[in-house]
Design a protein around this ligand. Sequence first.
Ligand SMILES: *Cc1c(COP(=O)(O)O)cnc(C)c1O
Length: 372
Amino acid sequence: MTESFLSLAMPGIQGLQPYQPGKPIDELERELGITNTLKLASNENPLGPSPAAIAAIQGQLGELHLYPDGNGFRLKQALSRCLDVPVETLTLGNGSNDVLDLIARAYLGPGRNAVFSQYAFAVYPISTQAVGAESRVADANNADHEMPYGHNLQAILEQIDDHTSVVFIANPNNPTGTWLRSNELESFLVSVPRHVLVVIDEAYFEYVQEPGYPNALLWRAQYPNLIVTRTFSKIYGLAGLRVGYAISHPEVADTLNRVRQPFNVNSLALLAAEASLDDEEHVANSILMNLAGQQKLKSGLEAIGLSCIPSVGNFITADIGCPALPVYEGLLRLGVIVRPVANYGLPNHLRITVGREQDNQRVLQAIEEVLP
Ligand SMILES: *Cc1c(COP(=O)(O)O)cnc(C)c1O
C-alpha cells in the first residue's frame, strides 16, 4: 500500500495551494515554439536593473566560492542612511517574501491567527498556514466602493481577536493596486492592540506618487508593533536576485534574526541592492515611465470598454467582463503573458504590468483582438 504523503504532512500544509507565479517567458516559448514574447505578468521593471547593479555584480563573479556576509553589513549601512533608520531595525530577506515568512515563523503557529483582507497578496495565507496558524480573512470593499476590492480596515479590525498575533496589510495591495490613505491607516494603527504586529507591505512604495499615500516608516516611533516591508524586486528591477527587507522595532528584528537562515541573502544580491540604492536616476526614470504607462494602459483599456480597479502600483487589474481565462489563453497564443487572478477570487479580471510604451500598445492590441 502506498502512503498518501500529503496526508503525512502537517495539517496546515495539507490545506495549502502552491503560489502560482506568472508564466515564465521560456516556458511559453517552449510550449508554442514562438519567440518575442512579452511578459507583463509579474510586476517586473521593464527598464531592467540599474546599470550600477550590473557593474557591481560583474566585479564579484570570481568570488562566488565565498559565503556572503551573513549580516549584510554594507547593505544595511546603505539602507540605514537612505531610509534614516537605525541599522538595528533592519532585517534582510531573500526577497520580502522571505521576511514575511520569518515573521510567520517567529510570531505565528498553532493556536494563533493572522488577519488580512480578501484579495490580499497570496503569500500571507501561505506563510500563515504553513506554520499551523489560522488565516482570518476580512471582507474587502465592494465592487462599487470608491476603492473597489480594496482593504476595509474596519472589517480587518473586527477580525482581530485574542489569538491574533499578526495583521498583514499591503499598501498598495497586489493584485488590486488599491491603496490606503495616511489618515485611515493611522486611525487603524491607533485601534490595533499593541501586542498585535501590524505588517505594512510596501513592495510598490517607490512607485507611488499619489497625494495622501503614507510612508509607514514615519510611524515607527509611535507604533512599536509596526513592521514595514519593502523590496528590491519591483522598482529596483532585481526580482531575479531575491532581496527585500523589513524595518521594525529592534527587538522584533532581533527575534526575526533568530529564525533567519544564516546566509539568506546571496552575495550578488547584496552588492546589486547596495549599488541600486545610489542610482536615483534609474528610480526616477522608472517612476516617470510607470506614470505615463499607467495612464496610457488605463485609457486604452477603458477605450476597449473594460473597467480598471484604481491602482497606484506598476500594474493595472482590469475587469474583462466575462471569464478571463480564455482571454488570458488567447493572449498567450499572441505571445503576451499577463496574470489571471481567479485564484484570488477575481475570475473575470486580469492583472497587467505596466510596460514600456510599445509593450502597452502591444498588450492593448492583443486584448482587443482576443476579446470575445
Ligand atoms: C511583489 C510583491 C512582494 C515582493 O516579493 P519579493 O519576495 O520581494 O520579490 C511583496 N508583497 C507584495 C504585495 C508584492 O506584490
